[in-house]
Design a protein around this ligand. Structure first.
Ligand code: FMN
Length: 189
């Protein structure tokens, strides 16, 4: 296969999307959309996440050292796109009526409509020039009851929850369908 050298990009490398939930000092919940999320091994499964620049999510995580990561599904995409394109300091960002519950182990806001939520505690902050990597301990995983039913095969469960993937500045459904450019699905908000 003949190849072309281009500048750094992760185009054509799909990523899973998560909404990170944090509380501010007044206990107000904030959610932001993130894809630089993966896993580490340190005697047990952990999470690594990168936040670029300054944002409310980062401020809140620095204060409390905890956050939730809620899997984004096709049903959640319009809301997720809004939360990924609106600054947390905008007082109207969290106006949409979200059903939020508290984590079972950590004091983090969890999105009820997300079928998989991690409750994460940051163990290590690694500051970069204009970003920060956080190494996190998974303190709890919340899964919809339907996902814990061992009688249903995982392909069927995945098709039912339909996680969204992103690359090339666009969103894609679990079956590969084009779900629009960043900023489009959330226009309704
Ligand atoms: C598809 C998508 C993926 C994103 N992934 C990240 C990410 O991995 N890291 C990051 O720092 N910002 C990411 N962002 C930007 C944040 O979602 C955005 O800055 C948002 O305002 C953060 O919420 P907050 O302002 O309430 O903290 C992403 C945005 C979009 C639309």
């Amino acid at each position: 296969m003949s190849k072309t050298s281009i500048k750094p990009t992760n185009d054509f490398c799909p990523q899973t999307l998560f909404l990170y939930g944090t509380y501010d000092d007044e206990g107000r919940p904030d959610f932001g959309l993130f894809c630089w999320f993966s896993y580490v091994w340190d005697g047990e499964l952990g999470v690594m996440a990168c936040i670029g620049g300054e944002k409310l999510t980062k401020e809140n995580i620095h204060k409390h050292k905890v956050f939730s990561a809620n899997l984004v599904t096709e049903a959640l995409l319009p809301l997720a796109d809004h939360l990924g394109n609106t600054d947390g300091h905008n007082p109207e960002k969290m106006n949409p009526n979200l059903e939020i519950e508290k984590g079972r182990v950590l004091s983090v806001p969890v999105l009820t409509a997300s079928p998989v939520s991690f409750e994460l505690e940051v163990k290590q902050f690694i500051p970069l020039h204009d970003g920060e990597v956080m190494i996190c301990k998974i303190r709890n995983v919340l899964q919809d009851d339907a996902l814990t039913d061992s009688a249903i095969p995982s392909p069927e469960k995945l098709a039912a929850i339909a996680p969204v993937r992103t690359t090339c500045n666009r969103y894609f459904g679990w079956n590969g369908a084009d779900l629009g450019a960043w900023g489009e699905p959330g226009e309704a908000f």
